[in-house]
Design a protein around this ligand. Structure first.
Ligand code: HEM
Length: 183
């Protein structure tokens, strides 16, 4: 089949249907949700260590430092809150909408998506440390990885939505906009 006649079902879905699609894909189970909730205290304890390592790395790199200079304390506290929310136990539409808004904030400041994605390294390391304290460490680590993956997919979705919407608005056709982004 010719590339430009292919149609994918994933192209036709929007908003909450995309949320459901992603939640179904990562396949988070009820025991995994319970594990996440049980780890809240440990997550709280490690959150300041995470934010310290996170901003040290961003500040050590001039191209990322220029986005955060002068607001480190505020940024640390929102990152800690964001990390704790991973352990909230309720991953419904409101949760995903909250996470999508966070992605949108980064789109608005013109932050290249490669930077948040590259910082997953530190978040994963600290999240796995928290999970390792659980009596079922492997299951706990899997739960954490799933939630982080969900989050990064949603973060990235914010970027894709903006690019696609602007392009579709400009050329008056979303299908054509998708094709242009494939080239
Ligand atoms: C996975 C990685 C990241 C996460 C989870 C994250 C999380 C957050 C959160 C929760 C907020 C607060 C959003 C709000 O106001 O509701 C925020 C704001 C912000 N983040 Fe990030 N962030 C990430 C990566 C980065 C990177 C790599 C940079 C810069 C190099 C950055 C720079 C900023 C700035 C400047 C703001 C404030 C934006 C504004 O209100 O004007 N973030 N971030």
């Amino acid at each position: 089949m010719e590339q430009n006649t292919i149609n994918r079902k994933s192209w036709a879905i929007k908003n909450e249907v995309i949320f459901d699609d992603l939640v179904r894909l990562v396949n988070l189970t009820f025991p995994e949700i319970e594990i996440m909730v049980s780890l809240r205290e440990q997550a709280q304890a490690i959150a300041p260590v995470l934010s310290e390592a996170f901003y040290q790395r961003l500040l050590a790199h001039p191209l990322t430092a220029e986005f955060v200079l002068g607001q480190i304390e505020a940024r640390k506290s929102t990152l800690e809150q964001w990390f704790l929310d991973l352990f909230c136990g309720n991953y419904d539409h409101d949760y995903i909408r909250r996470r999508l808004r966070i992605g949108e904030v980064h789109v608005r400041i013109g932050l290249p998506i490669r930077y948040p994605l590259a910082m997953v390294d530190i978040i994963l390391e600290k999240g796995l440390e928290v999970a390792a304290t659980h009596t079922e460490p492997e299951q706990a680590q899997q739960a954490f990885r799933k939630l982080l993956a969900l989050d990064m997919a949603v973060f990235n979705q914010a970027y894709e939505d903006v690019q696609l919407n602007h392009l579709a608005e400009l050329i008056g056709n979303e299908r054509l906009a998708r094709r242009l982004l494939q080239e």
